[in-house]
Design a protein around this ligand. Structure first.
Ligand code: ADP
Ligand code: ZN
Length: 751
């Protein structure tokens, strides 16, 4: 019986994103598997298109069945586990099949259509990087007398094979090597390139003695690790309690069992620090996956993992798809971070993928945090996952003392600046003592608002409904959402000609103020604008660690996870706008951000202190964050979630609609709501609340009008089936032509 392949094709809109059946031609017999990348003739014109095989079946005797054109080599195939993740993504996040495939395979490892001898074939997106390796094959003949270069080449290879690059570095040229190969003295071979991105990091294992609290936490988790039953746990520990040491120990045990470990960090900026620690302890069998690697670097790392040559993988969200097998342990560090949720299709949460992988591999999954997500803590408190706690800082170091600075009083006292007198005083004191400070201001740019003094109009982006931000180095207004630029910034109001007044402050302005107030201070500003260059992040943090700067000023990238022993003062500026931000996680985010940044201080022998500038010093969330009282915060928050019906008490799904015409987008949203409500009415057992449609927080983005529906529902298969049916009905009415639809189960209220 001939075989058939059921495939998902690339670039499908949800509209025709179903599985298509193709015959496996005799020429490809035995080379096509579930998970294979293939090329298929698609549509009426039979244009070649990329596809992935979801399953194989027996082919029916249908003469209309088209045949596959080509198949990628077997090493490009998705393993059964990864293919299962593709299915999981498609089912849970409502993405297309191929969006799921692209999330699982990095760009460099993907294929694209090409031609060979006029026939359509698959082609690597990226040439697999290869290196030439030379080996000694025969003794060097004495006649004719070999030259000194030839002798040097042979001498260099006595100890074993070397790459062309290494030989070139020794002054042995290509011509010499070619001559020797020609004589049969050397043999040249091509080998897949490997690359030690971590070569500069020392391998320097230090004995790590766990404190009794760390030992107890570790032991509580080791049982689950050894049992090999898929279990999840929350490792809750205050900042500086030494959570990293606990999971280092778990990694050691995992490797000792012959299994592998996957460690996720929330930001690229935290990978160097984690790599340094793990390399020092475990050596080079370590691979990295994150989006700042070049496509080639990423591919080489990915292949290394796929070949089984890495025992530990460190990376950001997307590393959760690393082709690692035999996983014994997955760690999600700082699990509360929103960066673990993807904000483009497929809109997944790394947590859910990690759970799935832990189940596939019978691995232990550890969520680590000083301020866990309310949902995670609830799961731990209700026994769905194990709860393990570290209640004190390592070495009994005290948590930093926190004080508030009332910025209303500061204004009344006549200080027009953004940095309060008290904070400047403390910064000066640190400067004198040679201690370092970290300042958090979660806004980049210089001025954040431009407003007409006469008509009151705010300068907004023409494509987006947000104010333009003034960037001093470029002397331009920038839209932080679509990149639109106005240079120079208008001095007069475009509407009435009145005088424009620029106000509000971002990191650039504070940097300037500090420079004037503390002329001797060496200030390092870290935000999206100053870290654009590759490796800028790591280099800046490295320089701060070497004490080349006194003050590190930055957006939330300076708040999290960093461990510097000379930091004793932490300042928080401009936090209030976050406090009054929208979304049901606003309080949780502020609590976590303050706790995290305050926790950066006093981590070693010197005690730390923190100052929070605010206009609402009495705000309960700020009070609780200052007291670092997570337990009390959690109690308040869980009560609010229950009362207001938010996760974990329901699933929360935002469906977004965007279109070029406002009326179309609104109409589509209304119609979809009606379709969904109609379907839901058929099944009274399914609880569902539909809120909206209302405009999104950013009602106009990059020229598209945006509306949203908020669904409070059950996060189960029955609800997903209902939603799928409504989407199908929406498609059938051809509404998608008017408004694109987006489904997000991880949103905190907006898209
Ligand atoms: P957390 O991740 O909980 O905020 P870390 O793991 O970064 O805390 O530990 C805080 C500090 O204490 C670090 O500087 C770390 O090197 C130190 N530390 C933690 N545990 C140990 C240990 N067992 N031995 C020596 N130093 C430790
Ligand atoms: Zn814009």
């Amino acid at each position: 019986m001939p075989r058939a392949a059921k495939v998902a094709v690339s670039d499908a809109t949800i509209h025709y994103d179903k599985l298509y059946t193709y015959r496996v031609p005799a020429a490809l017999e035995g080379r096509v598997f579930a998970g294979s990348m293939v090329l298929v003739p698609f549509g009426r014109g039979n244009r070649p298109r990329m596809a992935v095989v979801l399953e194989l079946a027996d082919a029916e005797e249908d003469p209309r069945l088209k045949s596959l054109l080509d198949a990628a080599p077997e090493d490009a195939r998705l393993t059964p586990h990864l293919l299962e993740l593709v299915r999981f993504l498609q089912e849970r996040t409502f993405c297309t099949w191929f969006e799921a495939v692209k999330a699982v395979i990095p760009y460099g490892a993907q294929y694209c259509p090409g031609t060979k001898d006029g026939r359509p074939v698959l082609k690597n997106r990226l040439a697999q990087p290869k290196v030439a390796v030379y080996t000694l094959a025969a003794p060097l003949p004495e006649k004719p007398k070999p030259g000194p270069r030839q002798q040097a080449a042979v001498a260099a290879l006595q100890a074993g094979p070397r790459t062309r690059q290494e030989l070139l570095a020794m002054g042995i040229g290509r011509a010499t090597l070619d001559t020797l190969c020609h004589k049969g003295v050397l043999r040249a071979q091509e080998r897949a390139a490997t690359q030690d991105l971590l070569a500069d990091l020392p391998f320097d294992p230090q004995p790590l003695v766990l404190s009794p609290a760390q030992r107890a936490a570790c032991d509580a988790l080791l049982g689950d690790l050894r049992a090999g039953a898929p279990r999840a746990a929350l490792l809750y520990g205050v900042t500086g309690s030494g959570k990293t040491a606990v999971f280092e120990e778990l990694i050691a045990q995992t490797l000792a069992m012959g299994r592998k470990a996957l460690v996720l960090v929330p930001e690229i900026g935290l990978t160097p620090q984690m790599l340094r620690r793990l390399k020092a302890r475990f050596g080079s069998r370590l691979a990295v996956q994150h989006s700042r690697l070049s496509n080639t670097e990423r591919l080489i790392q990915w292949r290394t993992i796929q070949r089984g040559d890495a025992d530990i993988v460190v990376g950001t969200r997307s590393a959760v798809f690393a082709p690692l097998s035999n996983i014994g342990l997955i760690v999600i560090d700082e699990e509360q971070e929103h960066t673990y949720q993807s904000e483009a299709s497929p809109r997944y949460a790394a947590h859910d993928i990690a759970k799935k992988r832990a189940a596939q591999e019978n691995a232990l999954l550890v969520f680590s945090s000083a301020t866990p997500r309310t949902e995670t803590c609830y799961a731990a408190k209700t026994g769905r996952i194990r709860l393990v706690e570290l209640n004190e800082r390592y070495g009994g170091r005290p948590l930093p003392g926190v004080d508030f600075i009332d910025m209303r009083a500061e204004l009344t006292a006549g200080n027009p600046r953004e940095v309060s007198a008290r904070l400047v005083e403390e910064l000066a004191r640190n400067l004198q003592r040679g201690e370092q400070s970290i300042l958090l201001l979660n806004r980049r740019g210089y001025h954040t608002v431009g407003m007409c003094a006469v008509c009151g109009q705010v300068l907004k982006c023409p494509n987006c409904s947000v104010p333009m931000v003034y960037h001093k180095p470029r002397h331009a207004l920038l839209c932080h959402h679509c990149g639109h630029q106005v240079c120079p910034p208008p001095a007069a109001c475009p509407a009435c000609g009145g005088r424009m007044v620029y106000s509000g402050f971002g990191t650039q302005k504070v940097e300037e103020e500090l420079g004037a107030l503390l002329p001797t201070a060496r200030i390092l500003r870290m935000d999206q604008d100053s870290t654009g260059q590759k490796n800028a992040h790591a280099q800046m943090l490295g320089r701060f660690a070497r004490r080349e700067y006194d003050i590190l000023l930055g957006t939330q990238m300076v708040a999290k996870g960093l461990d510097f022993d000379n930091v004793t003062l932490v300042g928080v500026l401009g936090i209030d706008s976050l406090l009054f931000g929208q979304g049901f996680r606003a309080y949780e985010n502020v609590f976590s951000l303050i706790t995290q940044v305050v926790g950066r201080g006093g981590r070693a022998d010197l005690p730390g202190r923190a100052l929070i500038q605010t206009t609402v010093p009495g705000h309960p969330v700020l009070r609780l964050a200052a007291a670092q009282d997570y337990a009390a915060f959690y109690n308040e928050e869980i009560a609010f979630r229950k009362y207001g019906l938010y996760p974990p008490f329901c699933a929360f799904c935002v469906v977004g609609f965007s279109g070029e015409k406002e009326a179309d987008a609104l109409f589509a949203a209304r119609r979809f709501a009606a379709l969904l409500a109609h379907n839901a009415a058929q099944d009274k057992t399914l609880p569902l609340r539909i809120l909206g449609p209302v405009p999104m927080n950013i009602a106009l983005l990059a020229g598209r009008y945006r509306f949203k529906l908020t669904l409070k529902c059950r996060g189960d298969a029955a609800f997903r089936a209902l939603l799928r049916a409504a989407l199908a009905a929406y498609e059938a009415e051809k509404l998608p032509a008017k408004a694109a639809v987006t489904v997000d189960f991880n949103s905190d209220g907006d898209l």
